[in-house]
Design a protein around this ligand. Structure first.
Ligand code: SF4
Length: 246
């Protein structure tokens, strides 16, 4: 008979686990991390409780989710307001989706620009904004692009010189790679770029993903009409990639 292994049993003995911290390099401290493998990303509530308890006991302080956290009930009825204080993400309506962020500076030392607060601010200001179609935003602290900004409607990549902006990517049916359109010198400029794009999509009234919209009217015209062109500095994506090699 095949033995069914509970996900929790495959974490190992966390209490006896020794975690080596890497030495300080370039003034950055690499924090100890542990990313428990969960088959297909699914875990029972009981195992999750046990895991959280084990992590608390081992001294862990925070959790970073790479994807969505979705609680599932047996029946089709969800209790009213099951988690007071938490809003539920809406993955169906046409609106600005929650930012997809890489491990960022708190959890990864390879970042070229800090992105955690930027992601939080973008979510606070724009998440849930109604649009004719959905809009995905992906942010990566460096060109390694762990959050896949090249397949997001708006992709943001940290470089030593600032934040590269990519537009028009999408995954799913007919995936499209985003185009690099320029460099935002700081976070304030990134926020202004996103604001302009959302305003253009809201009032333009076109029911098409950003990539299709840009393909329809042309990149230069889109950048000019939306006001994005005036905010960005020229950026040669290939030069940027070469200069970021380590
Ligand atoms: S994109 Fe860069 S900074 Fe972000 S997690 Fe990946 S390697 Fe780290």
């Amino acid at each position: 008979m095949t033995k069914v292994i509970s996900p929790a049993s495959s974490y190992g003995n966390l209490n006896s686990m020794t975690v080596k911290k890497k030495p300080i390099t370039s003034g950055r401290v690499r924090p100890a991390t542990f990313a428990p493998y969960m088959p297909a990303g699914v875990i029972s509530i009981g195992d999750l409780e046990q895991l959280v308890e084990q992590m608390k006991e081992s001294g862990a302080e925070k959790v970073k989710f790479g994807g969505e956290m979705i609680f599932v009930w047996k029946g089709h009825e969800r209790p009213h307001d099951p988690a007071p204080g938490y809003q539920s993400n809406n993955f169906k309506a046409p609106l600005v989706r929650p930012v997809r962020l890489c491990s960022a500076e708190v959890f990864c030392q390879r970042f070229k620009q800090p992105v955690l607060e930027l992601a939080r601010t973008i979510d606070e200001r724009f998440r849930g904004t109604p649009l004719p179609v959905k809009l995905h935003i992906g942010i990566a602290g460096c060109p390694r692009s762990c959050s896949e900004p090249a397949v997001k409607d708006i992709g943001i990549i940290g470089h030593n010189q600032g934040y590269e902006i990519l537009l028009g990517g999408s995954a799913g049916l007919g995936p499209v790679l985003a185009q690099s359109v320029g460099l935002a010198k700081d976070q304030k400029t990134v926020l202004a770029v996103i604001e302009k794009i959302i305003a253009y999509m809201q009032y333009g009234g076109k029911k098409m993903r950003l990539g299709r919209l840009i393909a329809r009217i042309g990149k230069e015209r889109f950048l000019e009409e939306s006001g994005v062109a005036a905010l960005l500095q020229p950026w040669d994506a290939s030069t940027g990639e070469r200069s970021e090699q380590e």
